[in-house]
Design a protein around this ligand. Structure first.
Ligand code: ZN
Length: 874
């Protein structure tokens, strides 16, 4: 049949009747109301794609064939950002002059009908060098080309035309033509792979049903390892694959065994805990270069940041970190992939859950039994930090469009959400928690949910009413403070109270479920031991804890024992004195860890001086043998040095004291994990001639540090440090090392070393480079350079640069990728720990409230941290 033609479709767009939704202000974004509107009438979506890859090409070609049912006919939006459109056929009719504004195709209502529709779109698109959509990477070592996709939250449409929103789930069928030596990976194995000249054609069967942001397609000459997860009882076999670049394979090889082991332990744990079998056919994990985040839970084809591969033997903490990531992504196969949030405002349902479950799986089913210590030390601190920022938000936030969705991958969604889930788990008990989850999966598999669905399942199994818990913890922002005050008479407690506080911006008292521990000094060995623990709750400004009456008067009372609460702990004068004096003698690792943390919080809140903090912790840290606790103390000392430079406090004596302490610990500590942390800290703060010279000697092998592996990555890091001060023969070392290491990591290290040189010309060069939209550098390369551009000791150079930052921000950054916008603000906007920079920043924010959300958020954080820095006490 001859196709009929449409003309001037553009005129119809936007003024057609039935447009009862609000568009996002950024034309490339999707608003919640547009998404809601579209979801009302669209069902039964199937995508059939043909994709053709060429090795040398900068773009790829494709055909998208979408079939779906319509319950209402109106001009239909299909998302496709920055592509090229060829022939479009709607229900058998070829369209000309189709409306395509580089963000969306609009199919006119007159071409659509009620019931089943079919749209065929021929398209092409450029590969990305920014990690969004389909990323193309050429390995400088061997010239091989690798591609992979990354789509969350709204980038599937940078790959192909889609209805790109989480509640329009679909199935996917693929035919991929790719160079012969490439492997093509998606959620299913190919049914057939046929050779055609120097290409192969991969024919993939129809997938399960899931959202567009977790669909994926990766292709390249990847190296593969295989294994299988077997559950004899269930008669279940899940094929497992891991892929890396060829040039990274030899570094990954020693780690393959543990990676598969954690994967299997994950399946064992989650299938049991969720009471629901793994819903897909196989499980692939790819480690890919230039990945923007830690990992992404694409259905059955997860991508990981290749930084998880270490070119020296991985340390315990590195292994624990990557094991956490493996389990986090796997938890998403159920939480996020099988059951998906309806819109991005419920992103926490995905992320908080995957975060909490991964830590639980680590603790209960792997060798990493101290995982909740690391949860507290890292993830939870991220949450506390975020929650104290002016830009904090309730866990259950409002997300108006996909730009805002991008910003909600933050410490609140991951860390605070996971922390309150930990509290819920404690509150309901493990059995109810598990039953609730099973019910949730039974009810909603392959569907989309909102908050109420999740809690309904828990309420149905536990009969506990959760409304007020949800209101207090998920719908309000800000962290409470809590402090124990107690009186003793004749060595017995006569009164024990918990005082709750809040910041004036978030005036809420909440119900906190917690455990109080009483610690007593053992007269024989001097240790502070937990002798009493009491489960309790406090909800008001002041709560009397009756059960404490008549207990022996403790040396220290600790009100968040085992860390189930989410609260800033403050200490009474008595407890603070006991803590400072006995820090290293506190027997419980977690309490010690939390105490170190509280002390540094006091520094940040201007309640303890940089100097006093250093004096207090060094003698205790010297004795510390727990990795997590030692790391917390080490991070604190690094923070002190950064602040000293930021405030331009020339206290060489204090800096040298910290340097000397770190160096002495590198020599003296036996535990190689802790030793490494001391070394890495030394490397990032070394400033005096003596310290730089020690680093040079380590680099040259004149000093051997037993237990600290020195590979290429550490060597580059040492040279970067030396370059900041142009120390010794650093340029010669760089030239020599370059000949030995031609990997992409070397390439990025060289960019960092170039940028970190203490010269105004170099800084200006990188500034100009960052302004160019069509950059020869990938986003990751630019990130390597910019993050090394102004180390703490080079703030004077930043001051010397002429001040076009603000006008350039408006001129050049508004339409850049959000990660680049934030990189620019973080690297260049002047914040010198002084009043003038705060005033200028504040003025700019107030005068430019319509800036893109990513930029605005970064500016506000910069201002707040600058003000905090001004207040710090020396
Ligand atoms: Zn996640």
């Amino acid at each position: 049949m001859k196709s009929f033609k449409y003309l001037l479709i553009i005129a119809l767009v936007g003024c057609a009747t039935g447009l009862s939704y609000k568009r996002a202000t950024n034309p490339k974004a999707l608003s919640q109301s547009e998404a809601e509107y579209r979801a009302q009438s669209l069902t039964d979506i199937s995508y059939k794609m043909e994709i053709s890859f060429e090795k040398e090409a900068e773009d790829y070609k494709g055909k998208q064939n979408i079939s779906f049912k319509l319950g209402k006919v109106y001009p239909l939006r299909i998302d496709f950002v920055e592509g090229e459109i060829g022939e479009v056929v709607v229900n058998g009719a070829q369209m000309v002059d189709i409306s395509y504004n580089k963000a969306r195709l609009t199919i006119p209502a007159s071409a659509l009908k009620l019931g089943v529709n079919e749209i065929k779109i021929a398209f092409s698109h450029k590969f990305s060098n920014r990690g969004a959509g389909i990323h193309r990477f050429q390995d400088p070592k061997d010239g091989r080309i690798y591609t992979y996709t990354d789509f969350e939250p709204f980038d599937a449409n940078k790959f192909a035309p889609f209805f790109d929103q989480p509640d329009l789930k679909a199935d996917y069928q693929l035919l991929v033509r790719a160079p012969r030596e490439w492997t093509v990976i998606t959620s299913r194995y190919a049914d057939s792979v046929l050779k055609k000249g120097d290409h192969k054609v991969w024919n993939f069967p129809k997938s399960a049903i899931f959202s567009t942001y977790i669909f994926s397609l990766h292709a390249g000459p990847y190296k593969v390892w295989t294994d299988v997860y077997v559950d004899e009882e269930k008669g279940q076999r899940i094929p497992l694959d891991i892929y890396t670049r060829q040039s990274m394979a030899k570094y990954f090889e020693p780690e393959v065994k543990e990676w598969f082991e954690i994967t299997k332990q994950g399946f064992e744990f989650f299938q049991d805990f969720f009471g629901t079998d793994y819903p897909y056919k196989k499980y692939a994990q790819l480690l890919v270069p230039e990945f923007n985040s830690g990992a992404m839970e694409n259905v059955a084809a997860v991508t990981f940041n290749e930084r998880a591969i270490h070119r020296t033997k991985a340390s315990y903490s590195e292994r624990r970190r990557r094991s956490y990531t493996i389990l986090h992504e796997m938890a998403h196969m159920w939480f996020g992939n099988l059951v998906t949030m309806k819109w991005w405002d419920n992103l926490w349902l995905n992320e908080s859950f995957a975060t909490f479950m991964a830590y639980l799986a680590l603790e209960q089913n792997t060798v990493f039994k101290d995982s909740f210590e690391s949860f507290y030390a890292r993830t939870k601190q991220w949450a506390y930090w975020n929650d104290d920022l002016v830009i904090t938000h309730p866990i259950l936030g409002e997300i108006e469009n996909t730009d805002e969705a991008m910003l909600s991958f933050d410490g609140i969604t991951y860390g605070k959400g996971a922390s309150v889930l930990k509290q819920l788990y404690y509150y309901l008990g493990e059995e109810n928690f598990k039953k609730g989850l099973k019910l949730y999966f039974d009810r909603h598999s392959e569907g989309n949910t909102v908050l109420a669905d999740f809690f309904k399942a828990f309420e149905d199994v536990s009969k506990v009413e959760l409304d007020s818990w949800v209101d207090q913890w998920l719908k309000t922002a800000g962290t409470n403070t809590a402090r124990a005050e107690y009186e003793c008479k004749e060595d017995k407690i006569v009164k024990f109270e918990i005082y709750q506080g809040f910041k004036k911006e978030h005036p809420y008292y909440r119900t906190h479920k917690t455990q109080v521990a009483l610690l007593y000094k053992n007269k024989e060995n001097g240790k502070l031991e937990v002798k009493e623990t009491i489960k309790t709750e406090y909800a008001k400004e002041r709560t009397l804890i009756e059960e404490m009456k008549d207990k022996a008067c403790p040396t220290l009372a600790f009100i968040n024992y085992k860390d189930f609460d989410f609260v800033h702990i403050q200490f009474s004068k008595k407890d603070l004195a006991a803590m400072k004096e006995n820090l290293s003698m506190i027997e419980d690792d977690m309490i010690r860890l939390m105490s170190y943390n509280s002390l540094f919080d006091m520094v940040r809140n201007a309640k303890l001086s940089l100097r006093d903090y250093t004096e207090i912790i060094i003698p205790h840290l010297k004795k510390e043998r727990n990795y997590n606790v030692a790391d917390k103390g080490i991070q604190g000392l690094m923070g002190v040095i950064t602040y000293l430079f930021s405030k331009e406090i020339e206290d060489e004596q204090l800096i040298t004291k910290i340097e000397d302490f770190l160096w002495s610990q590198i020599k003296e500590v036996k535990n190689s994990e802790i030793k490494r942390q001391y070394f890495y800290a030394y490397l990032s703060v070394a400033h005096s001639k003596n310290a730089l010279s020690q680093i040079e000697k380590v680099y040259l092998g004149k000093i051997k540090l037993e237990g600290v592996p020195i590979g290429m990555d550490q060597k580059w890091e040492m040279l970067r440090r030396l370059k900041i001060y142009d120390f010794g023969k650093v340029d010669q070392y760089v030239a020599e090392l370059k000949k030995k290491d031609d990997s992409d990591r070397a390439k990025k290290s060289l960019l960092a070393i170039d940028a970190t040189e203490g010269s105004l010309e170099v800084k200006k060069k990188w500034y100009q480079a960052s302004l160019k939209k069509m950059s020869p550098y990938s986003l990751k390369e630019m990130g390597s350079a910019l993050s090394s551009l102004f180390p703490a000791s080079q703030m004077d150079l930043k001051k010397q640069m002429s001040g076009h930052f603000y006008s350039d921000l408006k001129k050049h950054m508004l339409d850049r990728q959000m990660r680049m916008q934030r990189l620019f603000v973080g690297s260049f906007i002047p914040a010198f720990c002084d009043e003038p920079s705060s005033e200028k920043l504040n003025e700019f924010i107030e005068a430019n409230e319509d800036l893109p959300v990513g930029i605005m958020k970064s500016l506000k954080i910069t201002l707040q941290e600058n003000n905090r820095c001004i207040d710090l006490i020396y």
